[in-house]
Design a binder for this molecule. Structure first.
Ligand code: NAD
Length: 289
């Protein structure tokens, strides 16, 4: 295993709060497994963990942080409010419940998970909890430019982060320009596209990886961080957690960056939030948590 990641950048959000550029995501990690996985991730060196009310594993995350021996301020915790908790009052109550599950009195970054239902009411709850010191930073997730510009133009405290599907096949370059206008940072979900589209065996990524003695996965993640994107790759295997974390001791050349830029299809591999059928699907999911 190469390097120890001492070169990892901290990203400064628009309110001055700093967060690690590389974190660990726990989507589809069972409540029981979450504690073991997050403990492994923290021992590998990760200092940012991304969870959500909808993942039903905030408690496992909180247990792992508690038992890690790390000080609370050494770990940057991210969570997200689910649609079933939207609207001002319910969102406020759900923030308190997330604090309880995570066993902490503040969350470093809280996001609205989806751009549907009463997201204005939920966002006002984020703003008030932020003012009260329960949240150190606030933002959104899955807000495409239309929803993002609407919200960011009409709130008191602009979203500091927008977590959107971002990987080599869906690079979000145009969306990032709009976020930049509002001082918002891009945080990638699915930075490895969950392996879709043959990412781990993509010939361009494999060839570039050989030149640096790293895997296609490492190249795909390094590409994002070199573009300034915050990433939260997920793996339940410790070796892969290490591989995904230690990506700061090689640098892609401009020519390599250009080759990876050309892999962008500008289309989602998961859910296109501009597709009405996807909106209908989320209406069915809103009561799930
Ligand atoms: P990902 O792109 O991180 O891919 C994860 C999968 O890739 C793993 O399950 C594993 O099968 C494989 N993998 C990981 N590292 C590998 C390696 N080095 N070599 C080979 N295979 C490897 O996908 P993800 O989990 O969907 O996204 C990461 C995180 O983003 C999630 O855990 C979650 O925290 C967040 N997320 C947020 C949203 C949202 O709506 N905001 C949606 C999906 C995910």
């Amino acid at each position: 295993m190469k390097g120890n990641n001492t070169n990892m950048k901290q990203i400064t959000l628009s309110n001055g709060v700093e967060m690690p550029q590389i974190g660990y995501g726990v989507y589809q990690v069972s409540p029981d497994e979450a504690e073991r996985c997050v403990s492994d991730a923290l021992s590998v060196g990760y200092r940012m963990v991304d969870t959500a009310q909808a993942y039903a594993n905030e408690e496992g995350v909180g247990n792992a942080v508690r038992k890690s021996g790390l000080k609370r301020e050494e770990v940057f915790l991210v969570s997200k409010i689910w649609l079933s908790n939207y609207g001002y009052e319910k969102a406020l109550a759900s923030i308190d419940e997330s604090l309880r599950q995570l066993k902490t009195d503040y969350i470093d970054l809280m996001l609205l998970h989806q751009p549907f239902c009463d997201y204005y009411g939920a966002y006002r709850a984020l703003e008030d909890a932020y003012r009260e010191g329960k949240l150190r930073a606030i933002g959104v997730s899955n807000f495409q430019p239309n929803h993002f510009i609407d919200l960011a133009s009409n709130v008191d405290i602009r979203p500091m982060v927008n977590q959107v599907e971002t990987h080599v096949f869906c690079q979000q370059r145009k969306a990032a320009e709009y976020m930049d206008e509002f001082g918002c940072r891009v945080m990638s979900w699915g930075p490895l596209a969950e392996g879709r589209n043959g990412l781990f065996t993509n010939p361009v990524l494999v060839e570039i990886g050989k030149a640096h003695s790293v895997s296609a996965a490492a190249v795909a993640l390094r590409y994002l961080t070199q573009r300034g994107v915050i990433i939260i790759p997920k793996s339940t295997h410790r070796e892969r957690m290490e591989e995904n974390f230690r990506i700061c001791d090689f640098t892609l050349t401009d020519a390599e960056m250009e080759r990876i830029l050309a892999l962008d299809t500008q289309h989602s591999l998961f859910f296109d939030h501009n597709d009405p059928e996807v909106t209908k699907m989320f209406m069915g999911w809103r009561g799930l948590v």
